[in-house]
Design a protein around this ligand. Structure first.
Ligand code: UDP
Length: 328
């Protein structure tokens, strides 16, 4: 088996951190990305093949060119709010796009795929922490596309013998500790970079979506996990797949829940800046609480989040944010 890994969406936030980790572990990450949301300057650890996952012919040619040992599939549309207002593009990119990738993989006889899934597959939970066995009842189109793809992968595994693993991550946060890459979406809708934008003086406030949830301060609870810890988990899960062991899915999160207002205070502590917020109505499609039970990944992959304290994630994110957006 060779050391080449095709990384769809490898010019994006989690994809680029995973490429850095792959290279460190002796793999050659080949990035397949159409660069509509990813960044060419995030591709530093292997070649870039520019293309759309919907273009199955191009994918087949790229797979034939490199004959990768595995595919790690990040390429997807990933805004919960946008998925509610424009579900068509989510079903097209995430579901049809993955089908196109799987068809190309079958043509090229590539049998290992790590899929970037999400805790959005769970929907609303009354559990304090969520295990993988929790029912999948997503409450927004983004989560539904991820759930559909997970089913599709299991069907392909059964029928065609491919090996798959789905990684359901909670809220990716932070940035490369060396400051080489980080989070940069356009438009930005995610909480932490928006709070940092306010701290940096780039925008004047952040809307808080709902303050009447049943959490301690009324705002939504999420489990934030360092993007470099997620990158580690991808390589560990891929190594396991390539050793011939297929597992359906793993939750990846820190196991700690933080409210939106706790994030605001933590950003103020780390940046030393005052962050102005404005309460607004709930965002459609937001589950009130999503906190991970990561014990399966701990037990079966030997994965342990190393950088996922709130302070460390925000410190790395702030370092990156200033470098990217405030440097002359
Ligand atoms: N959030 C918010 N204001 C914003 C963006 C996000 O209050 O401008 C809240 C959102 O309702 C959720 C949490 O912050 O409870 C994390 O949202 P994000 O969009 O970062 O990730 P998601 O959990 O939707 O994947």
């Amino acid at each position: 088996m060779n050391n080449i890994v095709l990384v769809t969406g490898g010019a994006g936030y989690i994809g680029s951190h995973t490429c850095k980790r792959l290279e460190k572990e002796g793999y050659l990450p080949v990035v397949y990305d159409h660069l509509s949301t990813g960044h060419a300057d995030f591709v530093k650890w292997g070649p870039l093949e520019q293309g759309d996952i919907l273009d199955s012919d191009r994918l087949t040619r790229v797979l034939a060119k490199y004959n990768p040992a595995a595919v790690i599939h990040f390429a997807a549309s990933a805004y919960v709010g946008e998925s509610v207002s424009d579900p068509s593009s989510y079903y097209r990119n995430n579901v049809t796009g993955t089908l196109s990738l799987l068809q190309a993989m079958r043509s090229a006889e590539i049998g290992n795929i790590v899929f970037s899934s999400s805790c959005a597959v769970y929907g609303i939970s009354s559990e304090n922490t969520i295990k993988e066995e929790h029912p999948l009842v997503p409450v927004n189109p983004y989560g539904r596309t991820k759930s559909i793809v997970e089913h599709m992968l299991r069907d392909f595994a059964y029928a065609y013998g491919i090996r798959t693993v789905s990684l359901r991550y909670f809220n990716a946060a932070g940035a490369d500790p060396d400051g080489e890459i980080g989070e940069h979406h356009d438009p930005e809708t995610h909480l932490i970079p928006l709070l940092l934008d306010v701290a940096a003086g780039r925008v004047d406030h952040v809307d808080i979506y709902g303050n009447d949830y049943s959490s301690e301060d009324g705002t939504c609870v999420r489990d934030y996990v360092h993007v470099s810890d997620l990158a580690d988990a991808h390589v560990m899960a891929m190594d396991k797949l390539m050793s011939g062991i297929s597992s359906p899915c793993y939750n990846l999160g820190s196991g700690q829940g933080h409210t939106v207002l706790q994030l605001v205070r933590a950003v103020e502590r780390v940046t030393g800046a005052k962050v102005t917020v404005r309460p607004t109505p709930r965002r459609v499609g937001d589950p009130p609480r999503l906190v991970c039970d990561p014990s399966r990944a701990l037990a079966e992959l030997g994965w342990k989040p190393k950088h996922s304290s709130l302070e460390e994630m925000l410190k790395h994110a702030w370092l990156w944010h200033r470098k990217r957006f405030l440097s002359p």
